[in-house]
Unconditional design. Structure first.
Length: 277
């Protein structure tokens, strides 16, 4: 009986121990569940905090963008109000293709005066070569070398243009062969040529049309710096100095030149101003 009792006590102790273990196990499980839920809450709070931070960052970026937009608008207004004055002392004259077609005698007079340098863009010589061969080379969207709305097509007018182009090419070839000091050829990249014997130029990689290439030759002689656009007096005009003049009748090319602060005249008007011939 004692043994049985002992066994029963042992069993009871075992049961109590087992139940205690189970309770302890339950406690562990409950604690584990409790700790897991706390971690989830912390993650949710952190995520909410990050979301709040991101929204705050977005609001801050929007505010910055608004400030920058307003500043740019104010700067643009100031630029629009700036008056630019060009002080022109002509030395380099850049004629377009039509200048050689319609005013070759005037260009000869300017060259013979020995007062100016006649700068011929290589693209103009290329166009003259094409016209001399009977090709309509006034391409590139804006009339090429200053088409000015003229029709260099077929018929009697086309033949007349072809003949004038031949005369212009012959005039240039003689001038470069004689190394005329007042005559220069300029590539679209600003390289000066002493001879036009090899005068082909690939402008396929250039942006814009032939008018833009001619204008870029003019800009080669415009060496503006940032300080040049600062007015001497507050609110006063900006004065830029120029030694180059674009000679063209083409309306679109004239507008482009004026927007880039390049002086522009047609050849008869320049001859009248220069009192040459």
């Amino acid at each position: 009986m004692a043994t049985t009792t002992s066994l029963n006590h042992s069993a009871e102790r075992g049961k109590r121990k087992g139940s205690q273990t189970e309770r302890e196990g339950d406690d562990v499980i409950v604690e584990a569940e409790s700790s897991l839920s706390e971690e989830e809450e912390e993650e949710e709070e952190a995520a909410a905090g990050e979301e709040g931070d991101s929204e705050s960052d977005i609001r801050e970026l929007r505010a910055r963008r608004s400030v920058l937009t307003n500043r740019l608008a104010e700067q643009q207004k100031r630029r629009d109000k700036i008056q630019v004055e060009l002080e022109v002392r002509p030395y380099f004259l850049v004629p377009d293709t039509n200048g050689f077609i319609d005013h070759l005698d005037g260009l000869k007079t300017l060259l013979q005066s020995a007062v100016y340098i006649l700068v011929v863009p290589l693209i103009v010589i290329t166009e003259l070569d094409g016209l001399a061969k009977g090709q309509d080379s006034f391409g590139g969207g804006g009339g090429g070398g200053g088409g000015g709305g003229n029709n260099h097509g077929n018929g009697a007018h086309g033949r007349a243009v072809q003949e004038k182009a031949r005369q212009a090419v012959a005039f240039l070839e003689r001038g470069f062969e004689a190394r005329e000091p007042g005559l220069r050829a300029l590539t679209s990249r600003g390289n000066q040529l002493e001879s036009i014997a090899f005068r082909s130029e690939d402008t396929s990689g250039q942006q814009g049309n032939n008018d833009d290439v001619i204008l870029s030759c003019c800009l080669h002689y415009c060496k503006d710096k940032a300080k040049d656009f600062m007015s001497e007096t507050r609110g006063g005009p900006v004065r830029l100095h120029r030694e180059v003049v674009l000679l063209t009748d083409d309306r679109n090319l004239r507008v482009k030149a004026l927007t880039r602060h390049v002086p522009v005249r047609d050849i008869p008007a320049f001859l009248s101003w220069a009192k040459v011939g």
